[in-house]
Ligand binder design. Structure first.
Ligand code: PRP
Ligand code: ZN
Length: 283
């Protein structure tokens, strides 16, 4: 039995649970349990505040955990970062009042900066040779400037809307973060094996994110042109159609280039293009 620490609520909870569910691991979190066992995989989930996850994993209270890289860096505990999970993307940034003119990092000399991430911030200021006054507060950091508690803040920015609604502007992006899978050092062989199984499933899911499965009808003499256009494929799937001279071709295309590719495919002569969501890609 392996124990995985997961954020009890907040930004990473939903996507962490979704990742486990997509991996075939259902966990009942509905009854507000601190600890909940899965029926389909030898794992139990320990629901914690994100701030507590690195410590619990380092201490071996949980074997593995899903947490933001920002918390891993801030806490500095000895944990192995096993895998980037591709969700919960954000950054730790310095922000100041919208109306202030910003002159570069030296702006922060002798300024009071409110944050819940004093360690990451201290290291940044040390690197930049800046002497600022770091005020550690545990929440509602973004209101600190408007109540006169600080001149600037250092906090998580994701969409940026919290900054905007508090009259602040982002001036330095210090650390880029996303959800990561962490593990306690020195996992037993038995747990390492379970971790590898989990990782295999996570990778299959991550590999299929943003990828679409595209089917199209294509004149057979255009196959080579499409293969040249989409060189990523080892070997496209081609099925003959009843109509002579035509085939059905199946390819995978990443979402961010989907429309460009579809226009190119149409220009080559593809018709009846179907775009399907891809659930898992197992390599
Ligand atoms: C963070 C941060 C901001 C907000 C930024 O809080 O403290 O309030 O997210 O996100 P935005 O740029 O999309 O507006 P979070 O929800 O992580 O809660 P926490 O600070 O209590 O961990
Ligand atoms: Zn938090």
């Amino acid at each position: 039995m392996m124990r995985i620490a997961i954020q009890a609520k907040g930004r990473l909870n939903e996507e962490s649970m979704e990742l486990l569910r997509e991996s075939g691991i259902s966990i009942d979190a509905g009854r507000r349990l601190l600890l909940s066992r899965s029926n389909d995989f030898p794992v139990e989930a320990l629901f914690l505040r994100d701030d507590d996850i690195p410590h619990c994993v380092a201490a071996g209270v949980a074997d593995i955990g899903i947490v933001g890289l920002n918390e891993v860096y801030e806490k500095g505990y000895d944990v192995d970062v096993i895998h980037n999970l591709g969700f919960g993307k954000c950054r730790l940034s310095l922000a100041i009042a919208k109306g202030e003119s910003y002159t570069g990092p030296s702006y922060f000399n002798a300024k009071r900066v409110a944050t819940s991430y004093p360690n990451v911030l201290r290291q940044y200021f040390e690197r930049e040779g800046i002497e600022a006054d770091i005020h550690e507060i545990s929440g509602s950091v973004e209101v600190a400037p408007s109540v006169g508690m600080a001149d600037a803040i250092f906090d998580i920015v994701s969409s940026g809307s919290t900054l905007i609604s508090n009259g602040l502007k982002e001036v330095e992006k210090v650390l880029f973060s996303e959800a990561v899978l962490i593990a306690t050092p020195n996992l037993s062989d038995e747990k390492r094996e379970l971790l590898d199984q989990l990782l295999f499933r996570f990778q299959a899911i991550a590999g299929s994110r943003g990828i679409k499965y595209v089917l199209m009808n294509l004149p057979k003499d255009k196959i080579d042109e499409v293969v040249t256009l989409l060189p990523g494929m080892k070997s496209p799937t081609i099925l003959s159609l009843a109509q002579p001279g035509w085939c059905s071709m199946h390819v995978v295309i990443s979402e961010n280039e989907l429309w460009t590719r579809i226009e190119q495919l149409k220009a080559i002569g593809a018709e009846d293009i179907l775009v399907l969501a891809l659930e898992k890609m197992i390599k």
